[in-house]
Design a protein around this ligand. Sequence first.
Ligand code: ADP
Ligand code: GLC
Length: 506
Amino acid sequence: MKILFATSEAHPLIKTGGLGDVSGSLPNALAALKHSLRLVLPAYGAIMERLPVGSSPKKIASIMVEGCERNLVAHILELNAGSIKGLDVPIWLVQIPELFERAGNPYIAEDGMDWWDNGERFAVFSKVVVELAMDRAELNWRADAVHVNDWQTGLVPALLHLEENAPVSVFTVHNMAYPGSFPKSLFEQLGLPWTLWHTEGVEYWGHFSMLKAGLMFADWVSTVSPTYAKEICYPEYGYGLEGVLLKRAAQHRLVGILNGIDETVWNPEKDPLIHRNYSASKGRVVGKQHNKQALLNEMCLIIGQDDCVIQPKMASWLERPLVGFVGRLVEQKGVDLILTILPEMLAQSTANFVIVGSGDRLFEAALLELAAAHPNRIWVYIGYSEALAHQVEAGADLFLMPSRFEPCGLNQMYSLAYGTPPIVHHTGGLADTVVNATDEHLKNGTATGFVFYDPSRHALKSTLLHALHLFTKKRTWQALQKTGMQQNFGWQSSAKHYAKLYAEKL
Ligand code: ADP
Ligand code: GLC
């Protein structure tokens, strides 16, 4: 089958979070099943500036597309499969300089605010995706299935719905918290067909929602874990769209397919970004200790704390449990819970903390303040660092992920793979991937981490204290680590599940 996979980010070209990881690995897994893939994303300035030498993209088509009361030209640039290390499929970059060639990340400007024209940017990108899917750019490649992701490409299924002989559309929701909602005037200015403007269409409380467009019109709606697929049918997780989701579920068109992880990128045995490689069966204990020391050294250097290499200090740190966190610093991730328990945890335990993240300016400032008040106990790096993310997974003893909601979550799977038992709130993909270290699960050898059931500071704190207690029982701890490392979170079975959807039209 010919599958067009459209996304607003894909690792290693551009990434702000888990969508980038998924879009950088699921297409490879589908190609391995012998499907013909095209990965399409905007030609952001940040991608074009960092293209590896020798990977020069070829312009293969130019098409006209209607923006907000203006016509734009989109050039389609092609990169051959393999010209970007780690991406085994051909890539189409949609080059529209007016919309995508600017500094900052895909969604926000350098001042931390959403780009003012995000609605136009991604609606226009979606229009181009439809043209490519229908082979109107004359590339002699017509899609059998179009797989789109989140609100940024949510308009694609709605526009395909208006076409004769449209390919099958799959809309994957990675996060219901982002509705892609814009004023009605945008819909008008984009010259979109009014047949789509109704409550059973793209209208969402008088606004134009690109998330709703995808949910209403896709042949298949999928989300990234079985538990989240159920949760979003309730008001607490559905953001007012639970009615739409219930309807799609009643049509048997809503499925939860657990994300996989890219085992070529997140694998302690081969990871080039960590200081010493190890596996479940080889060098795990020594390897992790070595990575812990390297991580602490690295954090001290970053913070400008030069005396950290002093041996007695480091020796005492290596004895203490090190708790890690990596992620977007937003409410979703339970950062507020972490902030409230940190001072008590420092007083009541010997644990040290390493935190890597960026996001909400208030959370960033509060974390930096705590780190400044507790040198040698908390190290905080505000910013985005792929290398540090890997080093925390490898060097920490425990991984903190108290998300209030989590559609899937990749970090907990990475931490399981790296022998760093996660502490998670029982929600979404976290509930589907972590087995709580109860006495029973420890006894029958299925435990992989620590789960708490109420997103409160008390629950998080007592679970963390319980985990720290178990950390002192070396045998039990090592068995826990090993069980986590032996889980299979590869893409194979989920990729097959998606391939089944592509083969079945509504
Ligand atoms: P989400 O997509 O909601 O952010 P996931 O757990 O699915 O959460 O995926 C997050 C991905 O982004 C992981 O690969 C994680 O390592 C990465 N990440 C998040 N914040 C940072 C950061 N500050 N530096 C490096 N990587 C980060
Ligand atoms: C979103 C979700 C996260 C998920 C990721 C990839 O960003 O917040 O839970 O793992 O998408 O699907």
